[in-house]
Design a protein around this ligand. Sequence first.
Ligand code: PEP
Length: 251
Amino acid sequence: MKKEKILVVGNWKMNPETANKAKEIFRGIKAETKDLKNTKIVVCPPFVYLSDLEKMNDGSVILGAQDMFWEKSGPFTGEISAQMLEKEGYVILGHSERRGLGETDEMVSKKVISAIKAHLHPILCLGEKIRDEHGEYLHFLRNQIINSLGKLPKTYLSKLVIAYEPIWAIGQAEAMKPADIHETSLFIKKVLAEIYKQKTILSIPVLYGGSVSADNAKEIITLGEVQGLLVGRESLAPKKFGELLKAVEIL
Ligand code: PEP
């Protein structure tokens, strides 16, 4: 059976401040990644830089988006639709920073469904704010999974990617422990299995995000048993991102 590539997604968030800087970072990432064969690399810059970076791209890196709206077109000032993005591309949805600005599970579920209808791969972000001793976070996660998928039909599952990003582990000095990542990714798959009652859920990639670096990437993949990584800060530093990708590549 063909081994699936590890999926590493870089989320640039609202960085960098200029198009020239974005091009410089992207050039650096391409130079670092040109010989990689076992890793699928997706970089999600701010929308306004997408077309400039696309012109520089030779296909070694996939360009993705950080958000989109669920309607195709119309009076939705400031939004962009799934149809405006490259078909078969990736789009991050329901990132905790967007949820923090008021995005609800219901809004996220509409976005996930629209993205798949428009032939995109949504990267659905999930994650608890805090980990309590009594396991309340598991109830929170279960509800977040169920409500963020909403009425997503079974037939859409092959396009779905899940990114587990515990909010408390984002932007920190250390990531979550690999054993806990493993346990939580199994929990997510268990909830998906309960909802969809299908073996195919096992092939939905679950990524981990939250303070991933070149130092911890390998053990997060091997011991955490996730199928990829969602990387924030380190994806803006080509050398560090390159080291992270090389650590994952030789697994
Ligand atoms: C993120 O916010 O998606 C993220 C993973 O950030 P960082 O890698 O900087 O913790």
